[in-house]
Design a protein around this ligand. Structure first.
Ligand SMILES: [Zn+2]
Length: 340
């Protein structure tokens, strides 16, 4: 074989991309009628002297061709493995699971907790399975009180063991268990016998705040809520306080926020009134403090309760309460929404 023949072989191998084509090339040299096979066969027909003369060149050609074929096979295998890996990587990349993020409700609770902790509050918890006493009676809602009709209760063991209908039950626990003065906030799940739809669910979330100290005022309550609303929704928030009835407070107030969606003009979010009812609040009824064994000559208090789901829906533009209990991660997590 000449140098030219070897170069031809190298060119052929360079453009050979699979093992089948390589086999064909191999056969051209080492098959039954292959070039090297024939040259080796020819050697046998030569006499000893001729064989000594021609032999080394044929052996050298054989070794060179073998080496080139082995190298070519190695290259083809490496290329094919890389291709396969790239293909698998492409498949893998489409299967990367969605990375979750903190639930909007948990995020809101943490933001509110952090806000209140800075104002000197502690976070207080209570049981979800409650007694009638702590869910109703200690909050000025005796048996047969009409306010019970407003809350369709889920009973575990009627008439005394139930799933708490509001986080005010945690307030009742705090009043009974803590020594005044104190300030606590109580986030938690609450339950009512509601058929789930876009705006109601049988499990939702309340955020209750309770302050008991020697002196409290409505202006302190309003100031606290206004600070909270601005912290959560920004400086532009416009609020109003309306007189409302709640059995556990006297006087009672309902803080409303001007609709974030229409700025008070009226839209479907605010049911065309321009305002969104965000909470219930007031000065804690003296009877409630007395039931908890608190000296009403020395102490007074205020309380507020927020429907947390509504807050979260307003903040994240969520229009169906049921999505808050689903596993969908569609709601984007913005950098600026990190816990403050
Ligand atoms: Zn509106």
């Amino acid at each position: 074989m000449t140098i030219g023949d070897i170069q031809d072989l190298e060119t052929k191998l360079a453009s050979c991309s699979d093992l089948l084509a390589l086999k064909a090339i191999k056969d051209e040299y080492f098959g039954a009628t292959g070039i090297i096979t024939q040259q080796l066969r020819n050697l046998k027909t030569l006499n000893l002297d001729e064989r000594r003369l021609a032999g080394p060149a044929v052996q050298q050609a054989k070794l060179t061709v073998e080496k080139l074929l082995v190298e070519a096979e190695h290259d083809i295998k490496i290329k094919s493995q890389s291709k396969q890996l790239a293909k698998e990587a492409a498949v893998l990349s489409t299967r990367v699971p969605k990375v979750g993020h903190i639930h909007p409700l948990s995020l809101t609770i943490e933001q509110m907790n952090n806000f209140f902790i800075k104002l000197g509050y502690s976070v207080y918890d209570g049981p979800e399975i409650e007694t009638d006493e702590f869910n109703f009676q200690r909050l000025n809602v005796p048996k047969d009180h009409p306010a019970r009709d407003m809350q369709d209760t889920i009973y575990i063991d009627a008439p005394n063991i139930l799933l708490r209908t509001h986080a005010s039950s945690i307030e009742a626990r705090a009043l009974a268990g803590l020594k005044p003065p104190f300030r606590v906030v109580c986030p938690g799940k609450v339950y009512r016998n509601e058929k789930p739809n876009k705006s109601n669910h049988f499990v939702f979330h309340h955020y209750q705040g309770v302050v008991v100290q020697e002196k409290v005022s409505l202006s302190e309550l309003f100031g606290t809520l206004e600070l909270l609303f601005k912290h959560m929704y920004g400086e532009k928030v416009v609020m109003r306080f309306r007189s409302k009835y709640y059995p556990e407070v006297e006087p009672g107030v309902g803080p409303d926020m001007r609709c974030f969606n229409c700025e008070g003009k009226g839209c479907t979010v605010c049911k065309h009134v321009g305002w969104i009812e965000m909470a219930g609040a007031g000065i804690i009824h003296q009877d409630i403090l007395k039931m908890a064994g608190i000296d009403t000559n020395k102490y007074m208090g205020f309380a507020f309760g927020l429907g947390l789901d509504r807050w979260v829906m307003a903040k994240f533009n969520i229009t169906d309460i049921r999505t808050l209990l689903g596993g969908d991660v569609v709601y984007p997590y913005f950098e600026h929404e990190k816990v403050l």
